[in-house]
Design a binder for this molecule. Structure first.
Ligand code: IFM
Length: 448
């Protein structure tokens, strides 16, 4: 069993809704994503995750692919409505059995299992009573966490409570681009509080179960740079940092929302109650690691339109991925340094890092994704330097092992090391797959 001081994890990551498919099979009930994608207009290319990569039926083939890749860790998420179709109450044993078989297969192949409890697929039954804005959701999550820890506690090597709670709160409840598709800032703030509380409760339950493996949370974090040295641009950038980064980091590591953001939101008519003592203790109880999902930086200047009075700037001389994110490898080390200095996490895992590109399957059967190789190698160089400088990084995960359902962008964005032909569902390793395989093999022999 993996413990807090063991080998470095070189892995790849996925999430249930993005790969599993089988959306209504074997007792699984509807999630908010099932409901959302079945509503026309919500997904750019009109596709759904009903079948996705059909991982639910091809799990063994996919573990064989991981084996072929040579990683020593696989990060995946559990679909809450697959194991608890109504969110609480009756357990779906067929759903539990799927994850049991997956964990067994991973163990058989000597691949460490890294499990995310919540990667965005809330049971629709819970949404019907208010979802994350209802304080009851916190108790439902406790019940779910307890079930998962008690069934799989012995076979998982690293636990992640939430993936990118910022996205859940603000993209789902303020921007409305993800389910439940709300556009209300006060709701988003309330949801962020409930997500933090649910994280705290899950960690408390975990400690109560006396499980010895590490537990943490994965946040989407970015360096935020001001567009110019102007005071107003610098203030706007700091505000955006408060919005994106510090809004979750501060409660988790310091037990309170950042005061400048509480003041800013109050001044804009969104008063947030500071965390009460008990909430603060629960949310900031020690975790074993911080997971960083890193893709890009943000360059911010003052803007008058938005609630934050800030706006993003796109530079003409920089490279951007197919998702419109600037390629900025230096940002990975910058983040690691900053987070260590400001928050001193016990350990850091890069729980996601990857590059979307419109890859093409060529006539000779190859996918020459040279840009992805450059992206990964540059980021890994930064990571290696941070480690050489003594920063406490313990693992790195490429997003993703294979192309998959990229949320409201549907299948239009490809992040995989393996290409998925969505007609035949065949997985075809890209050049980056072989590159990462070589990299992992080399690293694993140097760093044990
Ligand atoms: O696909 C997503 C993943 O689910 C969460 N982090 C970012 C990835 C790329 O957008």
């Amino acid at each position: 069993m993996y413990s807090k001081r063991e080998e470095f994890l070189w892995g790849v990551a996925t999430a249930a809704y993005q790969i599993e498919g089988a959306w209504n099979e074997d007792g699984k009930d509807e999630s908010i994503w099932d409901r959302f994608v079945h509503t026309p207009g919500n997904v750019a290319d009109g596709t759904t995750g009903d079948i996705a990569c059909d991982h639910y039926h091809r799990m063994e083939e996919d573990v064989a692919l991981l084996k072929e890749l040579g990683v020593n860790a696989y990060r995946f998420s559990i679909s809450w409505p697959r194991v608890l179709p109504q969110g609480r109450g009756k357990v779906n044993e067929k759903g539990v059995d799927f994850y049991r078989r997956l964990l067994d297969k991973l163990k058989e192949n000597h691949i460490h299992a890294v499990v995310t409890l919540y990667h965005w697929d809330l049971p629709q039954a819970l949404q019907d009573t208010g979802g994350w804005k209802n304080p009851e959701s916190v108790f439902a999550f406790q019940e779910y966490a307890h079930l998962v820890f008690s069934r799989f506690g012995q076979d998982v090597d690293l636990w992640i409570t939430h993936n990118e709670p910022w996205v859940v709160a603000f993209v789902g409840h303020y921007e409305g681009r993800h389910p439940p598709g709300e556009r209300d800032f006060a709701t988003a703030l309330c949801v962020s509080r409930h997500l933090l509380l649910s994280h705290g409760h899950a960690v408390k339950i975990f400690r109560g179960e006396n499980l010895k493996t590490p537990i943490g949370i994965a946040l989407n974090l970015s360096p935020i740079h001001p567009f110019s040295h102007d005071q107003e641009d610098r203030e706007a950038a700091y505000r955006f940092d408060g919005y994106l980064n510090r809004w979750f980091l501060d409660p988790l590591f310091r037990g309170q929302f950042p005061q400048d953001m509480l003041d800013w939101y109050a001044q804009k008519g969104f008063a947030v109650l500071p965390l009460q003592e008990e909430e603060s203790r629960l949310i900031s109880q020690p975790i074993d690691f911080l997971g960083i999902n890193y893709y890009t930086r943000h360059i911010i200047k003052r803007g008058s339109q938005s609630l934050l009075e800030s706006e993003g700037v796109r530079l003409s001389n920089r490279e951007y991925s197919d998702t419109g994110w600037e390629v900025y490898p230096e940002g990975l080390r910058e983040l690691i340094v900053r987070l260590t200095q400001d928050y001193a996490p016990f350990a850091i895992y890069i729980t996601e890092n990857g590059f979307a590109y419109p890859d093409v399957l060529e006539d000779d059967g190859r996918i020459r994704d040279a840009k992805r190789i450059v992206y990964l190698s540059q980021h890994l160089r930064e990571l290696t330097q941070a480690m050489e400088q003594g920063y406490p990084v313990r693992g790195y995960f490429v997003w993703s092992i294979m192309d998959n359902f990229e949320w409201n962008a549907g299948f239009s964005k490809r992040f995989g090391l393996a290409y998925v032909d969505y007609h035949t569902l065949r997985r075809i390793p890209k050049e980056s797959f072989f590159w990462y395989r070589e990299f992992c093999t080399r690293k694993k022999t140097i760093m044990t």
